[in-house]
Design a protein around this ligand. Structure first.
Ligand SMILES: Nc1nc2c(ncn2[C@@H]2O[C@H](COP(=O)(O)OP(=O)(O)OP(=O)(O)O)[C@@H](O)[C@H]2O)c(=O)[nH]1
Length: 301
């Protein structure tokens, strides 16, 4: 084998302002739903890995939360997670949406990235290219070029699958030569219960008021095959909120919202597990959990 057709393997992560489209892009690259996506910012908390299997390479994508100025202990932990991730990967994709001006938030990220970019190459990715005319995409690429030095710059649309394969090529070109790190077909190395908790959280976030996203956390307490039935799995999960007013929002009048959340989450979990499930959902108040180190640990942060 010459070095040109040698197999490559390694890690990539996407950074960018909240809502820049990082999770959607990860899903599109991996080809299945592994990272939580939501129209509300800062909803990705776990470094969920998606694995892109190609004949010539294996690309493991680590999805990080949006970087922001921290106000709570949770905020600081989230930022630490971002910096930690950058120093561990082979290439970083810096995502900026095509339909929003390159602004102070992006320059803040660029400043932080410059500290690692001496070691880790950074690829500039203009996301959501489908939302604006071509000319504006070109202008956005130029504007992005101003904020830092990139190994490469590329526009994509996860929605239309535009240039997603090209982005995969660009990221792979930055990986070192190496063997396959995960077996064929494996899409993520997150434990199943974490993915299930994320699917429930995603369902619970849909249509709730703006102040709620950061107050929601989900844990899967128990997951067992139903006795005497090999086609049914019992899943018991808790949705944590910070205040009783939030509990009322999540449950809804007469429990209606919680039932909708349950049936949506159940559909996605069944698709993930390929098995029928019974989902038992309860809402619990964990007062101010975002500021309480003990509670944060309990919820896996
Ligand atoms: N039109 C269009 N919308 C997109 C595209 N990619 C993502 N979006 C939308 O943009 C919003 C944010 O996408 P996410 O993938 O959740 O963004 P994120 O950067 O992971 O957000 P955080 O988890 O908050 O950091 C969602 O409503 C997506 O549907 C795209 O290519 N085109």
């Amino acid at each position: 084998m010459t070095s040109e057709d040698a197999h490559r393997s390694g890690f990539a992560c996407f950074v960018g302002r909240p809502n820049a489209g990082k999770s959607t892009l990860t899903n599109r690259l991996v080809g299945t739903k592994v990272a939580i996506t939501s129209s509300k910012p800062q909803t990705t908390r776990h470094a969920i890995r998606g694995i892109v299997h190609r004949p010539d390479a294996q690309l493991i994508i680590v999805d990080t939360p949006g970087l922001h100025r921290p106000r709570t202990l949770l905020g600081r932990r989230l930022n630490d997670l971002v910096y930690e991730t950058w120093s561990e990967v082979d290439v970083v994709g810096f995502c900026v949406p095509a339909d929003e001006k390159v602004g102070p938030g992006d320059r803040f990220i660029a400043e932080q990235l410059k500290k690692v970019s001496r070691r880790t190459p950074v690829v500039g990715v203009v996301t959501k290219a489908d939302l604006v005319p071509k000319q504006q995409v070109a202008e956005q690429l130029l504007a992005l070029q101003e904020v830092m030095d990139f190994a490469e710059l590329i526009p994509v649309s996860a929605k239309d699958s535009f240039q997603v394969d090209e982005l995969s090529d660009v990221l792979v070109s930055q990986l070192p030569e190496g063997p396959q790190l995960y077996p064929d077909g494996e899409l993520t190395d997150e434990p199943e219960t974490t993915l299930i908790a994320e699917l429930i959280r995603e369902a619970a976030l849909e249509g709730v008021r703006d102040e709620l996203p950061h107050s929601l956390a989900v844990t899967v307490e128990e997951m067992n095959p139903r006795e005497g039935r090999d086609d049914l799995i019992d899943v018991h999960a808790l949705i944590y909120v910070e205040r009783s007013s939030q509990k009322a929002i999540v449950i809804g009048r007469g429990g209606e919202r919680l039932r909708t959340v349950g049936s949506q989450a159940r559909r996605h979990i069944q698709a993930l597990l390929g098995s029928k499930i019974y989902l038992d959902l309860h809402v619990k108040i964990a007062k101010d959990w975002q500021r309480d180190p003990k509670q944060l640990r309990k919820l896996g942060f």
